[in-house]
Design a binder for this molecule. Structure first.
Ligand SMILES: *Cc1c(COP(=O)(O)O)cnc(C)c1O
Length: 509
């Protein structure tokens, strides 16, 4: 692997800039540019043949980089990482974006890594404003996107469809940002009370939150239809607005999701749990595969990782892929679980791993099979390559609840139902006696009814009662931004039928 140093002449700026090129997972169709900058990849994330953008080369970090940052603060690590990655974003903008981590619970360390057992540590990604891991990427991403829009003197409408965590994080990052408006669609009855309140109380002129009479798929489908609608785009263009999406395939989010994997490793070195260079397992509760893709890139760049462990709930299509090499949507039906952010069948970022391992031609073939036959099959060699890197297991809701309870009783560690799915693979996937890092993607406050039920057996459906029950049972305090939600005024009251979404968005604009 080599350090990418692509010199491109930027006529507008009359300066020579060095920046990373992005190319396409399904090859080039002759209509899209053959390669684009980071800015271009994040403004128009859909590539040729419906593919995704990926960096042309991954910079090699190696032990030298890790040694250099043995004692670095998160932001210093992130700053240097982004420098090595060579994205075409001004340093002032990057610094402003990274400064947002100062508002996390501990400005000295936005991502604490906590011991649970001697060989199990939890990297907590939820200490940002909306209490889920989406803040890790969306906080800086919002700043970067708004800065690009301002620099180009363009206006963007960002569409977001959410099952509960992306919506609050997107609203929080874009509120009051220049040149950006956000329309956020959520299933009216499909989120927790806390998640809904985080959205409907978010008061800013550039935000619109719309409840949909339907489920998350309806919200997601409405979003896809609008993104593909030429008529909708023309209506927006007449108002000098371009359309974009803040979904989890956007590389502007992925890039920030590589950094905390390196940080978590260094935290264990600093705590003398591992020696520099020693391998670890990284175990990640996965849905759209964005979090674990960041870990995959970190590993490719030289982070000492034994294996990446994909944890899932009963929607176990990723487990089946890693075990059998077959990605099969034909027999799969989406099951509603207590870890809803992982309720997924089409896991979009897997495509980027396929590209890295198998190249563009084969990726295009496999994705074509998935689109047309609802299934693709890796051959024996391809599966072996996948299994060199990934292990996987899935966890039922009942098992997850039992892990929440027993882990709390044995160690005092309280975790959310997404994080709990990782405890299953912790038991089944370790072939070597190495330390494992599990990633915690949400605070207990976001899924409190499930956790209260796991701890005490009670069946509250209201979050406010469950929050107090857990607070008492586990002797933890409810964070102020969660407590405050229940006294805030709901400013977004629009709830519409699926057919009327476009109209609701246009009347907001
Ligand atoms: C989004 C989310 C996930 C899934 O992350 P992916 O990057 O989509 O794999 C897991 N847990 C929680 C709480 C989330 O919000």
């Amino acid at each position: 692997m080599s350090i990418a140093s692509v010199f491109r002449y930027n006529a507008e700026k009359t300066t020579i800039r060095v920046s990373m090129n992005f190319i396409e997972t399904r090859g080039n169709d002759g209509k899209h540019p053959k390669s684009v900058t980071f800015s271009e990849a994040i403004l128009s994330p859909i590539a040729s043949f419906g593919g995704l953008y990926v960096p042309e080369t991954l910079p090699a970090l190696g032990i030298d980089f890790l040694e250099k940052h043995r004692k670095s603060h998160y932001k210093a690590l992130a700053r240097d990482f982004l420098h090595v990655f060579n994205i075409d974003i001004a340093q002032e903008v990057i610094d402003e974006a990274l400064a947002l981590y100062d508002a996390f619970d501990d400005p000295g360390n936005p991502v604490p890594v906590v011991k649970v057992y001697d060989d199990l540590y939890v990297s907590e990604l939820y200490h940002g404003p909306t209490r889920a891991f989406k803040d890790m990427a969306l906080q800086p991403f919002g700043k970067v996107l708004s800065a690009i829009a301002q620099e180009r003197n363009e206006n963007y409408l960002i569409l977001a469809a959410t099952s509960g965590d992306t919506g609050p994080a997107a609203l929080e990052t874009f509120k009051n940002q220049q040149n950006v408006k956000v329309a956020c669609l959520y299933p009216e009855k499909g989120t927790s009370d806390v998640q809904r309140l985080q959205m409907v109380t978010e008061d800013a002129e550039n935000l619109k939150v719309i409840g949909i009479k339907g489920n998350f798929d309806d919200a997601q489908n409405a979003l896809k239809t609008l993104l593909a609608s030429e008529r909708f785009k023309a209506t927006l263009n007449a108002k000098h607005i371009s359309l974009s999406a803040a979904n989890s395939v956007n590389f502007g989010r992925i890039i920030f999701q590589i950094i905390y994997h390196i940080h978590s490793y260094l935290e264990l070195v600093r705590a003398e749990v591992i020696a520099m260079g020693e391998k670890v397992y990284l175990n990640i509760p996965s849905g759209n595969f964005g979090n674990i893709l960041g870990a995959f890139y970190a590993m490719q760049m030289g982070l000492p990782v034994e294996k990446l462990v994909v944890s899932s709930n009963e929607n176990n299509i990723l487990t089946r892929l890693i075990h059998t090499g077959v990605y099969d949507l034909r027999e799969s039906r989406l099951i509603a679980t207590t870890s809803p952010a992982m309720d997924i069948l089409k896991s979009s970022n897997v495509e980027r791993v396929l590209y890295s391992l198998l190249g563009a031609e084969r990726t295009r073939e496999l994705m074509h099979d998935l689109d047309t036959k609802q299934v693709y099959r890796l051959n024996v060699n391809e599966l072996a390559r996948l299994q060199e890197i990934f292990a996987a297991d899935y966890c039922s809701d009942a098992e997850g609840k039992a892990y929440i309870k027993t882990t709390f009783e044995e160690t005092g560690y309280l975790m959310d139902p997404h994080t709990a799915t990782c405890l299953k693979a912790y038991e089944t996937s370790k072939e070597k006696p190495l330390v494992m890092i599990v990633y915690s993607t949400a605070e207990w406050t976001k899924f409190s009814p499930t956790i209260a039920n796991a701890l005490t057996g009670e069946t509250d459906t209201r979050d406010i009662d469950a929050l107090h029950a857990i607070s008492k049972e586990a002797n933890v305090t409810i964070p102020p931004m969660i407590e405050a939600l229940f006294n805030k005024k709901a400013v977004h009251t629009t709830v519409v039928e699926k057919e009327n979404i476009e109209e609701a968005i246009l009347s907001f604009l």
